[in-house]
Design a binder for this molecule. Structure first.
Ligand SMILES: *[C@@H]1O[C@H](CO)[C@@H](O)[C@H](O)[C@H]1NC(C)=O
Ligand SMILES: *[C@@H]1O[C@H](CO)[C@@H](O)[C@H](O)[C@H]1NC(C)=O
Ligand SMILES: *[C@@H]1O[C@H](CO)[C@@H](O)[C@H](O)[C@H]1NC(C)=O
Ligand SMILES: CC(=O)N[C@H]1CO[C@H](CO)[C@@H](O)[C@@H]1O
Length: 628
């Protein structure tokens, strides 16, 4: 049964990973160092700050370096997108690195190579390094049908790009357009911090290493100073034949080789800042009701104006829109192209459309173009929970009955995602900003929208870490282990935030290891939970006991061992029966000390089985009437 469960995950990258080109966010390699940081708190905190500082540079220049702190906790960071990526794809790729690189913590050094960008962090200045012994060569599969000449052609193509790149600002892409079984393409990119000589020696090593991949149809080399890839399909963006711009007289080399296959060898130089062309795709691809025309959305959002911008996320911006009939909608604009995936996306949209619950933001439909995906959701007039909860003035709107309702509603929405029709949908990014509030402050979980099946039988298991630091379960952060208990953990963090009105936000706090979760646990143990309760709730009558129990539920959800965390069904059951006894939680994890994570002593006294939870069938009536 467990095996047949299907996980739908909120993974935009999975949608795009099979597409021909942009954005290239597949993981090529993640290489973590061996040394532990002297002071991992400072280190992690600085990492988060520095990455926020360089985002603008990445947008403007496609690369950035930054350093901060003092030895031995000094931190150096470098990030670079490959030249053929558009600015939007570059940011997308950058954000994905940001989500993945912290997987190396608490080690001081880490490198992440995606198919479109690179990021490295270390505690010394590594910017001019070209080769390290930990560099990786990643080879693809061998296709038996490949033409015999594929090898010799590929060798030439690789040699071409590797020798051309150093004198061409560090990058070059090219290939041979032959028959389908006899085409070969390669792309080389050195980091901007290298001079021409270093670039040359890095790529010389890379092209030697990559040849060992042949006759595989794919090869990639992730060196300390450069990246090289070949493939039997054209994987880089929109190659421009002989692009010559005024600013950079890009030399276009056309190398004609005598090939044995049909076709001609063309050497191409690709260039950056490809313009984004938005093209409407036949709307018959989706059912009429869920398809919106691009022009309609453009009009509804006043041309995606700044004034209508509601927020932004890793994958794109969110806009408010008003349809001609007066309906208000939220438009999520994702930068994804998916020429070859219309069918798949169509199927997924159907599933998402089928997922309906009072506590899930309603998905109304989408609009797919070759460059963009626009997802349309119902509009939430009271914005998102973080907007109210973490503002000293606005949080006063949220009295205890409202907060309890949000806590219960969110639990119900999650329970539905986890159990609906025997299909488990793991949301994996439960956090305050993903809880939208309607006019009556009823919670609507957002962003379960772009889902992809990850089959339990191992096809496409989802090993990659996505989510928000501070809300991520330790076993997920450390080992990428994804079950619905990952959501339960994030939900527990959210509950504690709602009660305390404070962010778990490890990075904002002065002492990141002293998170809201650990401090709540300490107060719980010394019987002083009331001290962490939001000041603006303290005037309310007779809520102490309820608050205490809700905190206890939050702590049960954030227990270190996923097995001890209750299911969302048990959580809603406990919350609706607050007058009953609630089991005693065990210790939460110290999130960043996950080297010794998830070991619960077998004699742990707090097993969740056969305790008061069995009272919960059928659940007793809710203790409070919903606010009207
Ligand atoms: C880098 O970190 C390691 C391990 O914590 C430490 O031994 C070393 O001194 C640090 N190097 C610098 C340059 O700070
Ligand atoms: C890299 O730069 C450092 C100083 O910034 C220098 O000492 C070192 O020799 C350089 N290494 C290479 C390979 O150029
Ligand atoms: C590339 O450089 C690495 C690190 O110095 C080395 O281990 C490897 O043997 C080199 N590869 C080739 C093909 O020269
Ligand atoms: C950017 C930033 O916050 N840097 C901090 C890194 O940590 C050191 C302490 O070791 C601070 O002094 C820096 O300000």
């Amino acid at each position: 049964m467990e095996n047949r469960r299907v996980y739908i995950v909120l993974l935009v990258w999975l949608l795009v990973q099979v597409t021909e080109a942009s954005p290239r966010t597949d993981i090529v390699a993640r290489i973590c160092g061996k040394k532990h940081a002297k002071n991992s708190k400072v280190y992690i905190k600085n990492f988060s700050k520095v990455t926020r500082m360089i985002r603008d540079d990445i947008r403007d220049n496609g690369y950035a370096t930054a350093s901060t702190g003092h030895p031995p906790n000094q931190l150096h960071l470098m990030a670079q997108c490959f030249y053929d990526l558009s600015t939007d794809d570059c940011l997308l790729c950058f954000d994905r690195c940001l989500a993945l690189l912290p997987g190396c913590f608490p080690k001081v050094s880490g490198r992440i190579y995606l198919d479109g960008c690179f990021m490295r962090v270390d505690n010394y200045t590594f910017y001019n390094e070209t080769l390290l012994s930990s560099d990786k060569t990643v080879c693809g599969a061998v296709d038996m049908d490949t033409a015999p000449d594929f090898i010799s052609i590929t060798q030439r193509v690789i040699r071409n790009v590797a020798s051309e790149a150093p004198s061409n600002d560090g990058f070059a892409g090219g290939g041979y357009d032959g028959s389908p079984l006899c085409s070969s393409y390669a792309y080389a990119n050195c980091w901007n911090t290298l001079d021409e000589e270093s670039c040359k020696s890095c790529l010389r090593n890379a092209s030697d290493s990559i040849l060992n991949c042949l006759p595989s149809t794919e090869g990639r080399v992730a060196n300390a100073g450069c990246f090289l890839r070949y493939s039997n399909y054209r994987f880089f963006n929109d190659p421009q034949y002989c692009t010559i711009t005024a600013a950079t007289a890009v030399i276009c080399v056309i190398t004609v080789l005598i090939g044995l296959c049909m076709g001609k060898i063309v050497y191409k130089v690709v260039h950056r800042h490809k313009s984004l062309k938005e093209v409407d795709i036949e709307s018959s691809m989706l059912t009429k009701s869920s398809t919106f025309k691009y022009s309609t959305l453009e009009k509804a959002s006043d041309n995606f104006s700044e004034a209508n911008k509601l927020g932004f996320g890793a994958y794109g911006d969110v806009f408010k829109g008003t349809l001609a009939d007066g309906r208000e909608i939220a438009i999520k604009r994702l930068h994804i192209s998916h020429k070859h995936q219309m069918k798949e996306i169509q199927n997924e949209m159907k599933i998402i459309t089928g997922v309906q619950h009072k506590n899930l933001a309603r998905f109304l439909g989408c609009c797919l173009t070759t460059q963009l995906s626009l997802l349309i959701y119902e509009f939430a007039p009271n914005k998102s929970l973080d907007y109210l909860l973490f503002d000293p003035e606005r949080k006063k709107e949220l009295d205890w009955p409202k907060r309890l309702n949000i806590i219960i509603g969110t639990a119900e929405g999650l329970e539905y995602l986890h159990t609906n029709d025997g299909v488990t949908i793991v949301h994996r990014d439960i956090k305050a900003s993903n809880i939208l509030l309607d006019l009556r402050y009823r919670p609507k979980i957002a962003d379960f929208g772009l889902a992809k099946f990850c089959c339990g039988d191992g096809i496409n298991a989802c090993p990659l870490i996505e989510g928000t630091l501070g809300y991520m379960a330790p076993e997920y952060l450390a080992h990428g282990r994804l079950t619905e208990k990952v959501d339960v953990y994030s939900y527990g963090v959210l509950v504690l935030e709602i009660v305390s009105g404070a962010r778990n936000g490890s990075f904002q706090a002065d002492d990141p290891l002293h998170t809201l979760v650990t401090s709540t646990w300490n107060h719980y143990q010394s019987n002083t939970v009331w001290e962490i309760v939001d000041e603006s709730l303290k005037g309310e009558e007779n809520i102490k006991e309820q608050v205490q129990k809700v905190v206890q539920v939050g702590l049960l959800c954030t227990q270190e061992s996923p097995a001890l965390r209750p299911t969302m069904t048990k959580v809603t059951c406990m919350l609706k029966g607050l007058e009953l006894d609630i089991p005693t939680p065990s210790k939460p994890p110290f999130v960043y000390e996950f080297s010794h994570v998830v070991t619960v002593s077998p004699d742990s006294p707090h097993q969740l089985s056969n305790n008061s939870l069995s009272h919960c069938n059928p659940p007793p009536p809710p203790p409070l009437p919903p606010p009207s």
